[in-house]
Design a protein around this ligand. Structure first.
Ligand SMILES: O=C(O)CCC(=O)C(=O)O
Ligand SMILES: [Fe+2]
Length: 244
């Protein structure tokens, strides 16, 4: 379970970092699976910056175990309700290879271009496990714009959920100062789908590694329009908290 302060942080800022949610043993087993993905399809010598793999989760059981064999699942379901989440079909292994002296000009939300059936690729919550230490800024860290989950929902209420297609992943909202997520291998980042975020630069010595899971509550797809306008649609425990 997330504690009250952690839930409050997620509600207000749109994300929370849970230190050491994954044991060193599970991190090291999943890291071997990342090593294998890299060995099968190595990034070219000249590749710097983001480099992603999107294996089916059934093909990478040690990576899926980061969600299913740890406290992560019940931490997430303390926000969405017990028994609410589906096993994600895919995992994203996100490398950020130095030197990459990039500073994002702004944010994005995921899900554009739409899926083959025309539905935007919305989901309930991004779960990220840091697979390498990112103790300082500009080490390939994920950038986030705190509070923009709320601003995005306001935007979609004002312009309608189909404005998603025109925005192309970049709804034109006012942005606060960005923050870079810092932490150690084994830390868990939970972020609301509507939180603006982006890929950062990496001027540190080593490649940044993270494993991302795009978590959905069952029934999410049919309700994407409501969800874009009502940010706690998939989060009954948060609705209860906010109504008391
Ligand atoms: O690499 C990262 O940390 C972020 C990646 C991302 O935002 C994405 O692939 O949508
Ligand atoms: Fe993203």
């Amino acid at each position: 379970m997330l504690d009250h302060g952690q839930i409050q942080e997620f509600v207000e800022r749109g994300f929370v970092v849970i230190p050491q949610a994954v044991s060193a043993d599970l991190v090291s087993r999943a890291s071997v699976q990342i090593d294998d993905l890299i060995a099968e399809h190595p990034p070219g010598e000249a590749v710097c910056g983001p480099h992603f793999y999107f294996p089916d989760s059934t093909a990478v059981p040690e990576l899926l175990a980061l969600m299913t064999q740890t406290g992560a699942w019940s931490l997430m379901e303390s926000l969405t309700g017990e028994g609410s989440l589906e096993i994600p079909a895919q995992v994203q292994v996100a490398l950020n290879i130095p030197p990459f002296s990039h500073r994002p000009g702004g944010h994005h939300i995921d899900g554009f271009p739409p899926e083959p059936d025309g539905r935007p690729g919305t989901f309930t919550m991004l779960a990220g496990v840091l697979m390498s230490d990112q103790l300082a800024d500009d080490a390939g860290n994920l950038w986030v714009w705190p509070g923009t989950h709320t601003t995005h929902a306001e935007y979609f209420r004002e312009h309608g959920p189909d404005a998603f297609f025109r925005a192309g992943g970049y709804p034109p909202i006012q942005l606060p100062e960005a923050e870079q997520i810092r932490g150690k291998a084994g830390d868990l980042v939970l972020a609301h789908y509507l939180l603006g975020h982006n890929i950062g630069g990496n001027t540190a010595a080593g490649t940044r590694r993270a494993a991302y899971f795009r978590m959905k509550c069952s029934g999410h797809d049919a309700h994407w329009r409501e969800f874009l306008q009502d940010l706690w649609f998939d989060y009954p425990p948060v609705r209860t908290l906010l109504s008391t």
